[in-house]
Design a binder for this molecule. Structure first.
Ligand code: UFG
Length: 340
């Protein structure tokens, strides 16, 4: 019988891509979401790609009774936890909202999942490394103190998972530290759907290209980098989703060497903001209206991954070029425009 994987926040950007890859790898997937930060567009896209409708449970992980019910209604072999708020700026303005939601939902999940052992995969972030001059970063690179409540919730949840696997017999945990996930599914049926003005670079680029935004501001061109703009490790969303399939398989096939493991999920390739903009223009054959603007507070100068551990232990490697990914992001934006 196929193993069943619960994807909390499974209707969101990363969750929907992970649901597709898991289902295509032969897992049964249960999607749970409270739709606080997305509508049903991506869930419906997932159903079209798969040609079937994975069970969808509308629920809030802050509601412990709902989590208990979910685990009694379904035989869950592993959980991937995405259900969380994710806007850095909002977390600075409303820290209590972020700590309450992101910590309580994870604690409820762990409390219920750990009863029968349980396999828990936590979606962490490269944000835990902060500003570092040891590049690329490995999983051994020290974490810096978080610069936002959002980042702090990632660090705290990592620690909660680490301590829980030590304490609860049979519980296993993996934290995946994502670098900058971008792009969309090649079908253009699922992708990133930011509400309001996008904070992240690629949705801002595609919305500028389609005419929803007048001009992209590149935040800072006086950084100590080759072209003066920040460098990041942009990871294709489908590649990122595949890393989850590898991590789940490692857990469920009993291949973990430690009860708690951490992996960087990145390409190992630094790309500057300006390089990304230029690549977007080139691959999609268009000109983008952009200007240089002051630095954005809180941005780190440069960060990219050493993905060797994930390559070796998970048997996972990023495969898609930044050009392919930027073409998929543009196809998704055009798909959204056609729907309107
Ligand atoms: N940028 C611009 N213009 C924009 C938006 C972004 O120049 O309109 C630049 C940023 O200054 C940065 C780069 O593009 O140099 C990437 O910015 P993103 O907002 O896309 O991504 P970040 O690296 O800031 O964000 C990532 C993750 C977040 C995480 C954050 C922590 O996507 O989930 O790191 O710093 F919280």
């Amino acid at each position: 019988m196929a193993k069943q994987v619960l994807v909390s926040g499974g209707a969101g950007f990363i969750g929907s891509h992970v649901t597709v890859e898991l289902a295509q790898a032969g897992y049964d997937v249960v999607v749970a979401d409270n739709f606080s930060n997305c509508d049903k567009t991506c869930y419906e896209g997932v159903c079209r790609i798969l040609g079937k409708r994975p069970p969808l449970v509308e629920m809030d992980f802050c509601d412990k009774a709902a989590v208990e019910k979910l685990f009694s209604d379904y035989q869950i072999d592993a959980v991937i936890h995405f259900a969380a708020f994710k806007a850095v700026g909002e977390s600075v303005a409303e820290p209590v909202k972020y700590y309450k939601n992101n910590l309580l939902s994870f604690l409820n999940l762990l409390e219920v999942a750990s009863v029968k052992g349980g396999n828990v995969l936590f979606s962490s972030s490269a944000t835990v490394y902060g500003e570092t001059d040891q590049l690329p970063v490995t999983e051994q690179s020290p974490r810096q103190s978080a610069t936002s409540p959002y980042g702090n919730t990632k660090q705290i949840c990592e620690d909660i998972l680490r301590d829980s696997v030590k304490a609860y017999l049979g519980l296993k945990g993996i934290a995946l530290r994502y670098f900058n996930p971008i792009g969309a599914h090649p079908s253009a049926l699922i992708g990133e759907l930011p509400r309001g003005v996008p904070n992240n670079l690629v949705p801002f680029i595609t919305q500028t290209a389609i005419g929803k935004r007048a001009c992209l501001s590149i935040f800072g061109n006086d950084y100590p980098t080759p072209d003066g703009t920040c460098q990041r490790d942009y990871i294709d969303i489908v590649d990122l989703a595949r890393a989850h399939v590898c991590a789940v398989a490692r857990m469920l096939d009993g291949k973990m060497e430690q009860a708690y493991e951490i992996y960087n999920v990145g390409t190992g390739r630094p790309v500057s903001v300006l390089e990304l903009v230029t690549a977007f223009e080139k691959v999609n054959g268009l000109k983008l209206n952009y200007k240089f603007a002051p630095r954005r507070p809180g941005d780190v100068t440069a960060i990219w991954a050493d993905p060797t551990l994930a390559n070796e232990k998970l048997g996972w490697k990023a495969t898609r070029t930044v050009e392919q990914t930027l073409a998929s992001a543009w196809a998704w934006e055009k798909h959204l425009a056609e729907k309107q």
